[in-house]
Design a protein around this ligand. Structure first.
Ligand SMILES: [Zn+2]
Length: 467
């Protein structure tokens, strides 16, 4: 598989540290609020990376942290007269509800920052011993950026350029404006932990360096996150990890692009800020997942109500194909018939296209096109035929589920199960009417009404009336 590595600025063949294994670290959410649709993108995209690597036979260890102590969490807790733990625990649960709705699998490990404080203190101590960190009279500890010559290598900005753009704030005790906090001395009323530098709490960047080291080792295969994290967050993670461990931190860096709303940058002040929960309540979760993977992960994407509706109808087309096929697979019989081998071969070409798209830097946009091509051929060569063999139907159904499963799509099977049982009732009623069994027909009509389904008899048969 080829992966675009932000570090080299090129697509590179994936070579893992251990054969057949991939160690992935993904920066997780700061849990103080509901996630917005921009947050949904890395969650969905890197879930697919993991699914695809597993599909190709790799054993994947996927670590995603929860930042459960941070300025924003403390602020929220103060506003609500609560404490940081109550706030973070609540929003970890809300995060889990949303990611489950988006069909994102739980990480192998979901460590929390506050469960790794000792590891962070140890790493900061090590950086201090090696001369990469210094403490100030207020109990803060900073990373000494100009001691790490490679600082800026991920974002491709030399330290001198960064320094030229930075300003020393009034009251700053840093040696250099680019130095960043590893440990923050506690202010009055803030939560704190005891440390060699007094009462305080970790800076944000240090947690990822420590959790990656603890759960995956000094060098990991793939580090991923949103493009907005390249600088300074990931740059700082590299500085901390490489200076304390003395080896390369991550071999591949993958970053997803931005999301705009109605072609504008999403922001609370523009009033175009949408949480995943809001959108899901109106349209369901799956169209959001579909939107996130309908473009290549590095391209920017645009969100609008119209686009999410288009995603929903695209999904409906995929579901309809599957539903028709599943119905045929149930009712058909027999082994491959004459001419069906060619159909099978044709369907398999879409699998080849699907895989080659995914191999090319996780091109989910092209992979979805391959899935639609497969659906088109299933519709024309199987669903529209009078008596396809059971073997062909089963083969096509398995292939369809295999490829949609790699993308984590078509997981709302409940919906189609409901549709199936509705169809079954309508069929039974049609038969009852043919048999002039009006009592039975009325009984079924009432049963459907209780399910909230209104039907109408037309010359072409019975249809479901949608409001
Ligand atoms: Zn991180």
């Amino acid at each position: 598989m080829k992966i675009y590595n932000t570090m080299s600025g090129k697509k590179e063949e994936l070579k893992t540290i251990n054969e057949g294994e991939v160690k992935i670290y993904a920066c997780g959410p700061t849990v103080y609020n509901y996630i917005h649709i921009g947050n949904a993108r890395p969650i969905c995209v890197f879930d697919i990376l993991r699914r695809y690597l597993e599909y190709r036979g790799y054993k994947v260890t996927y670590v995603q942290n929860f930042t459960d102590i941070d300025d924003k969490i403390i602020k929220k807790a103060n506003e609500e007269n609560s404490d940081y733990k109550t706030v973070s625990e609540k929003f970890i649960e809300e995060y889990k509800t949303d990611s489950k709705g988006l069909n994102v699998r739980e990480a192998t490990i979901h460590p929390k920052a506050t469960e790794n404080i000792q590891q962070m203190i140890d790493m900061v101590k090590k950086l201090e011993e090696k001369g990469y960190a210094y403490s100030t009279e207020y109990g803060d500890v900073y990373f000494r950026t100009n001691k790490f010559r490679e600082y800026g290598k991920l974002s491709h900005q030399p330290l001198e350029d960064l320094e030229a753009g930075a300003r020393i704030q009034i009251g700053d005790t840093k040696e250099n404006p680019m130095d960043f906090a590893l440990w923050k001395g506690a202010k009055e009323g803030e939560p704190y932990w005891e440390s060699p530098w007094g009462k305080g709490r970790p800076g944000w960047h240090i947690e990822c360096s420590c959790m990656a080291k603890r759960y995956l080792g000094d060098t990991i295969d793939i580090h991923c996150g949103g493009q907005d994290l390249i600088f300074p967050h990931h740059e700082n993670e590299i500085a901390q990890s490489e200076c304390s461990n003395g080896v390369t931190f991550a071999n591949y860096w993958m970053h997803n692009g931005y999301i705009n709303v109605d072609n504008k940058k999403m922001s609370k002040s523009l009033g175009n800020f949408f949480t995943v929960r809001d959108v899901a309540e109106q349209f369901g979760y799956e169209p959001i997942r579909y939107l996130m993977i309908s473009s290549h992960y590095r391209s920017p994407i645009n969100y609008s109500i119209d686009i999410i509706k288009q995603c929903k109808s695209a999904l409906d087309r995929l579901y309809n194909c599957r539903q028709d096929l599943a119905f045929l697979a149930d009712s058909s019989t027999g082994e491959f018939k004459e001419g069906e081998q060619e159909i099978k071969d044709k369907l398999l070409t879409h699998k080849d296209d699907f895989i080659s798209s995914m191999e090319d830097d996780l091109n989910t946009a092209d992979a979805i096109s391959a899935l639609f091509e497969l659906a088109r051929d299933i519709n024309s060569s199987i669903n529209a035929q009078t008596k396809p063999s059971k073997e062909l139907c089963d083969f096509a159904l398995n292939l369809y589920d295999e490829l949609s499963g790699v993308l984590g799509l078509l997981y709302e099977q409940k919906d189609s199960e409901v549709k199936d049982s509705v169809q079954e009732l309508i069929d039974r009623r049609t038969q009852a009417r043919k048999d002039k069994n009006w009592a039975e027909a009325d009984k079924i009509r009432n049963e459907l009404a209780e399910m909230g389904i209104t039907i109408k008899d037309t010359p072409n048969g019975t249809i479901v009336v949608t409001e």
